[in-house]
Ligand binder design. Structure first.
Ligand code: ADP
Ligand code: NI
Length: 216
């Protein structure tokens, strides 16, 4: 089967899988990651087909969205194999999917190839900027987190681990994660987009605090 048809089939599969999501992992998140990944690939190289398929399927094995990551992976391997994709390419696709959520802890599949790096950068970009702010509030609303609390205001000196133990407000999530992401990008292309989205988030926070205190 040609690559174009496989990508179209993959989009249909992903649409079905994500149709009932309310945690910020909906189909449109996946499509934005896919588009980010294509944009980064056009500048940085890497195997376009592997990057596109891995981006489309990346959240189907997220532990938050499935009880059985291994069954999901097997399903994706079978999907690709039925369409004539070779075992080595399938291996590189699943590696990139698993490396997306590598945090140095529970997930042991680290970023090793340019394809892994691009898919992870593409996913991280979607946590930034105007869309990233909206996703943070969707996620926090879904978990019934408080928007902001002045006594539990963010401290940039805390480590990621220390943060997770703090009372988590939605605004604190910016300091816990979002404002750190630009320094974690692998590719120059993603880093330059991240820097622009980072500045937007800093402006947003500045306005937020001013409004909170009735100064603007
Ligand atoms: P990913 O899409 O990389 O798997 P996550 O599953 O960690 O990201 O989070 C999905 C979205 O929800 C992201 O935009 C993220 O910033 C946001 N989010 C995750 N944890 C929190 C939190 N504790 N408070 C607010 N937003 C969060
Ligand atoms: Ni994602």
């Amino acid at each position: 089967m040609d690559h174009h048809s496989i990508i179209e089939d993959a989009k249909a599969q992903v649409y079905d899988f994500h149709s009932s999501d309310s945690t910020g992992h909906d189909y449109w998140h996946v499509m934005r990651v896919y588009n980010n990944a294509r944009m980064i690939q056009s500048q940085e190289g890497g195997d376009r087909f592997i990057i596109e398929v891995a981006a489309l399927f990346h959240d189907m094995i997220d532990y938050k969205l499935t009880d059985d990551e291994h069954a999901q992976l097997d399903g994706i391997k079978a999907f690709l194999s039925r369409r004539g994709v070779g075992a080595d390419v399938i291996e590189r696709i699943t590696h990139a999917m698993q490396a997306v959520s590598f945090k140095g802890g529970n997930n042991t599949v680290a970023v090793e190839s340019v394809e892994d790096a691009i898919v992870q950068d593409a996913d991280r970009l979607d946590a930034l900027g105007a869309v990233g702010i909206a996703r943070t509030f969707i996620y926090g609303g879904n978990k019934r987190h408080e928007l902001y609390h002045p006594d539990r205001a963010a401290r940039e000196d805390l480590t990621f681990e220390q943060y997770s133990q703090e009372d988590n407000t939605m605004i604190n999530h910016f300091y816990e994660k979002l404002l750190r992401l630009k320094n974690l990008m692998h590719t120059d292309t993603a880093r330059s987009v991240a820097e622009e989205r980072h500045r937007f988030m800093e402006m947003y926070l500045e306005q937020f605090y001013q409004e909170w205190e009735g100064k603007r």
